[in-house]
Design a protein around this ligand. Structure first.
Ligand code: BGC
Length: 451
């Protein structure tokens, strides 16, 4: 018997999110493959290799898992380098295979949400200067037109570009992603091209399928001044927030890029999102620091008493998701939480992280905000970019040697949530008993009944 439940509406999307390069394997024709095979680029020299072997067909068994775990949606991405291996040369077999995958999702009751660019680029595009070359806008639009025309009967929710703020900063300012640049002017140029490419894709998709819902996903990092009354900490927190979290949402809302005091008008981008796609993982404290000029004299860190994930990458900070949802809600658009998750190979922290964050989404739904779905990152452990296989975000554990999957308790927990369309006190008592009192104050399920 359920004593207390945070219930979600029927029709709410419950899913997990993946991306092509991280799960497919053998993506030999893109810039990430090339990057992984250069010395010292990836933690421990890891490579994506076969990844989760989806291109070899294991998407079927993983979709079976998602489906029997009660999910009703899946967010995945299309690999540009497979669709267009050489400029203007379309691989119809690859498109057919994506068609099969999407039909496989639909056949299992998983509504597909499809991303068109998730960090990886065809090698030929990278060789032409990638996102620094304005030609990318034209190339991206052509690829989007081809892909969307071929798959429009199967997909109704499109994500043009995943986390453009992370992509631009990691690839062109911090040098962590290919092409490994560290140049502020180039970063601004890339930001400009990303906004132009998104706008072109948005208009193209609507021309091809007027009923489609189109947006991008925005990575939002919670930020708080380290010393709440310190004016310098407050000042740098504001700068970081505006130039990272707000950069793209504002650009595609008002058609104006504002980056570190510079402004670029992009009128064709005004109002080019039909929903707000929100990716939230964690929050940090921000302090003014003269020794960090490259980070605008600021430093982000976790507090000493933080509950941290396996490799110290993520702090359990659900209040940051609340802030992120509040920000997303200010755009008056439907909201999807397109990514939220934690790396935790032992599955020690994940159950409580899940409960904490789903509760924030529930609170927003109950404020009558138009939140339509939640996608946990990710279904099965996958290749985590510059961190290789050292971080495990999956509900299911992957043995990369044997391709064997093993269930983690969180998969069962999330499965119960999806099936019940809600988070109950029994579930929390079973999977994250240490937070039962906090989530359902003072009550084990028994106590609720006996009072
Ligand atoms: C990215 C994913 C990535 C995840 C965890 C997100 O920013 O979109 O591709 O795997 O973070 O690192």
């Amino acid at each position: 018997m359920i004593s207390a439940i945070h219930r979600f509406p029927d029709g709410f999307l419950w899913g997990t999110a993946t991306s092509s390069h991280q799960v497919e394997g053998d993506n030999t024709n893109n810039d990430w493959w090339d990057w992984e095979h250069q010395p010292s680029r990836i933690n421990k020299g890891h490579t994506s290799g076969k990844a989760c072997d989806w291109w070899g067909g294991r998407w079927e068994e993983d979709f079976d898992r998602a489906c029997s775990d009660g999910q009703n949606a899946h967010r995945m991405s299309i690999e540009w380098s497979r669709i267009e291996p050489n400029p203007g040369d379309w691989d119809e077999d690859a498109l057919d295979y994506y068609r099969q995958i999407l039909q496989g999702a639909l056949g299992r009751g998983l509504k597909p949400v499809v991303t068109l660019h998730h960090f990886s680029n065809p090698m030929w595009l990278a060789d032409q200067g990638g996102w620094t070359n304005q030609e990318v806008v034209h190339h991206f639009e052509k690829y989007v037109r081809k892909t969307v025309s071929s798959l429009k009967d199967l997909v109704k929710i499109w994500v043009t570009i995943n986390e453009p703020n992370v992509y631009a900063v990691y690839g062109y300012l911090m040098g962590l992603f290919p092409p490994g640049r560290k140049d502020l002017d180039i970063t601004l140029q890339v930001v400009h091209h990303l906004v132009l490419a998104h706008a072109a894709a948005y208009h193209a998709i609507h021309e091809i399928d007027p009923g489609a819902s189109v947006g991008m996903t925005h990575y939002y990092r919670g930020m708080r001044p380290a010393r709440s009354m310190n004016p310098l900490d407050r000042w740098v927190t504001g700068i970081r927030h505006r130039n990272f979290n707000e950069l793209f949402p504002r650009a595609v809302h008002e058609g104006l890029i504002r980056y570190l005091g510079r402004k670029i008008k992009v009128p064709q981008a005004v109002g080019t999102q039909d929903y707000f796609g929100l990716d939230y993982y964690t929050s940090e404290l921000v302090a003014f620091d003269l020794f960090h000029p490259k980070e605008i004299f600021s430093r982000g860190f976790f507090p000493d008493d933080a509950v941290l994930s396996g490799t110290g990458f993520i702090m359990d900070a659900p209040e940051g998701l609340w802030k992120a949802l509040t920000y997303a809600h200010s755009f008056h658009l439907p909201i999807y939480v397109m990514e939220n998750g934690v790396e935790d190979s032992s599955d020690h922290m994940r159950p409580r992280y899940l409960a904490h964050h789903i509760r924030q989404v529930w609170a927003a739904v109950n404020f009558n905000w138009d939140v339509r779905g939640y996608f946990y990152w990710t279904l099965v452990d996958n290749f985590e970019w510059e961190r290789g296989w050292t971080q495990r975000f999956g509900l299911w554990e992957l043995d990369t040697e044997t391709q064997e999957r093993r269930v983690r308790p969180s998969a069962n927990f999330y499965g119960e949530i999806c099936k019940a369309k809600g988070l109950s006190s029994e579930m929390v008592a079973k999977y994250a008993p240490e937070i039962l009192d906090e989530m359902f104050p003072g009550k084990g399920p028994g106590e609720l009944i006996s009072r």
